[in-house]
Write a protein that binds this ligand. Sequence first.
Ligand code: SAM
Length: 324
Amino acid sequence: MIDPNGRQVDYLRISVTDRCNERCLYCLPENYSNWLPRAEVLNDAELLAVARAAVSLGFKKFRVTGGEPLVRPGVVGFIRELVALPGVESVQLTTNGTRLPELAQLLFDAGLRRINISLDALDADTYRTITSGDVAPVIQGIKLVKQIGFPSVKLNTVLMRGKNDGEILPLLNFAAEHDVAIRFIELMPVSLTEMLSEKNFLPVAEVFSLLKREDELEPMNEPLGFGPAKYFRLKQRGVTVGLIGALSDLHFCERCNKMRLTCDGKLRPCLGNHLETDLKPGLRPAIDEEKLRALFRGTLAEKPSEHLFRNNYQPQRVMTAIGG
Ligand code: SAM
């Protein structure tokens, strides 16, 4: 599908749950309890109907996310069905990695090949401060997915000055040692706890300078994946690094190819905008693919040319509900 700004949109991020077993500072507000009632969350048949409608309109790439997707009961079966859907070319998963030790092999057997794992720190105390969780199973999960042979494994690190700036080099070395790519992501204003401010914002340009001091950088012409990251190869360490300048890169939205489905069936044309279309009229009481397609087309027609993150954007829905 081509949007009003001439961009080809063929990538759907599907949030399968708003629940999470961690509470990242920059994602969930403190004492958050506003979880969606179960009945509001789309079931597998409904999620797959949306995916089928998307495929019929030219979507080819899908990412399963959340909340934490691996806490959704039956998520492996859902991924198996999504991978097998005719016309689906790529299925990826974004996870905090905590459940990979038990699920990695099952996910591989279900046909998943591409996986992004969030890792904001290696140091156990820093990791706990940021996520409220335990880093050990995540590290175990990363080693396991490499051992199983997932061909695409990337780490995602959200940059926060004063919280994990000291972790950048250890994370780079860890990524090199385990032969995985790593992406550094600028903090976006989507939480009411670790609110984006001049104090905690760490621009990717600083990471770039650090990389230049520490290694020999080679820009990569071929993007690694389907997102907005700019990739470099660090020649000495032999590791691929992606920089996601969601705020500082003024060209960030120019090649945006995505739409997002929230787990309660809202289609969002842009992460940094409150626009959303309720797809439930095309799903309940019965699945109506023609209606779904019409709702998709209408949403695409509204896709903004760029996000509003630089304009004092205030989140109305937390990231777990939208699906980052
Ligand atoms: N629970 C999964 C995880 O932790 O990867 C998937 C959902 S999470 C919302 C998806 C991605 O969004 C993660 O890489 C996370 O670090 C990133 N993210 C969440 N809040 C963010 C923020 N305020 N700024 C930038 N990235 C953020």
